[in-house]
Design a protein around this ligand. Structure first.
Ligand SMILES: [Zn+2]
Length: 288
């Protein structure tokens, strides 16, 4: 392959940010933090290793995901509790905020609602930043470990990937069959997972999570949420997943309610303002 004469000049063109986020509606973090300071715990669930569990968080309440016992990463799905078709949109959250999420950034919902579902209000791993390999924590670049990719790559039949764990948890929570629940499971926020892309080949990599027992990630629920968290079979993701090889630990999810009036001035975000005509004039369906 020959390079054009101006190859270097073309490569030297400066990038532009796809979605300049100066106009993104900003969360009132100070208000959220003050409200969290008044909050009382209303429920908790301990997610067993290589399993997932569901939890409910009403709009205006908080939830915390904590590392307990040992370093462990978690795969998080979120749905609108009243309409499971509104779910976390990892790709758009990545496009809006970047490859990894931290304090002040949001988990956005799918089309056509595209609104904040949850806002990160505290991150004890915020100090990690971006390491020398281009790795960082809490990514929205991975998908979720799943038995199909495992089968493709090694012919395995492994049943405790996050994808399967999330399906079982959602089916148990809703009464759906496994087949009904599977299409609702979506790409995740990889809580505590340390990942990036290699600079030379652009491949997705993971490395041992810097998380330690006592670390946590706090979220504010912008709408009524059904969540599901899987304690990944990769454990701290220092070696492999899609197997029972890695040491795995539970993850704790706690839900907190702020005191009455603590969120004065806050409103749950409305659905996206686009009119949904997509360039065609809307015509009501005719009877018959
Ligand atoms: Zn996983």
């Amino acid at each position: 392959m020959t390079q054009p004469a101006d190859a270097d000049a073309r490569r030297a063109v400066k990038p532009v940010i796809c979605y300049p986020n100066e106009t993104l509606p900003l969360p009132d973090l100070a208000l959220y933090r003050r409200a969290f300071g008044t909050a009382c715990k209303t429920s908790e669930v301990l997610v067993p290793p290589r399993e997932a569990a569901c939890f409910h968080v009403p709009a205006g309440h908080f939830f915390r995901i904590s590392s307990v016992d040992g370093p462990q990463v978690g795969d998080l799905n979120l749905w609108n509790a009243a309409d499971l078709s509104e779910r976390f949109y990892s790709g758009k959250s990545r496009a809006l905020h970047g490859t990894h999420l931290t304090v002040g950034e949001r988990m956005w919902s799918s089309f056509p609602t595209l609104r904040p579902m949850a806002t990160i209000v505290e991150d004890t791993l915020g100090w990690y930043g971006m390491d020398a390999y281009g790795g960082s924590v809490h990514d929205v670049i991975g998908t979720r470990c799943d038995p199909y990719t495992g089968n493709l790559l090694s012919g395995a039949q492994y049943h405790h990937c996050c994808h399967s764990n999330l399906i079982r948890a959602l089916a148990d929570e809703t009464g759906m069959s496994m087949a009904e629940a599977e299409p609702y499971v979506h790409d995740v926020l990889n809580v505590f997972m340390c990942t990036g892309f290699t600079r030379d080949t652009g491949q997705y990599f993971m490395k041992a999570s810097p998380v330690r027992p006592g670390d946590y990630l706090d979220f504010f629920a912008e709408i009524d949420l059904l969540g599901a968290l899987s304690a990944c079979p990769g454990g701290d993701c220092s070696s492999e997943h899609t197997s029972d090889v890695a040491a795995c630990y539970p993850l704790l999810v706690e839900v907190f309610a702020p005191s009455e009036g603590a969120l004065e001035g806050w409103e749950s975000p409305a659905v996206n303002g686009y009119d949904r005509t997509h360039g065609r004039v809307f015509t009501a369906p005719q009877p018959g």
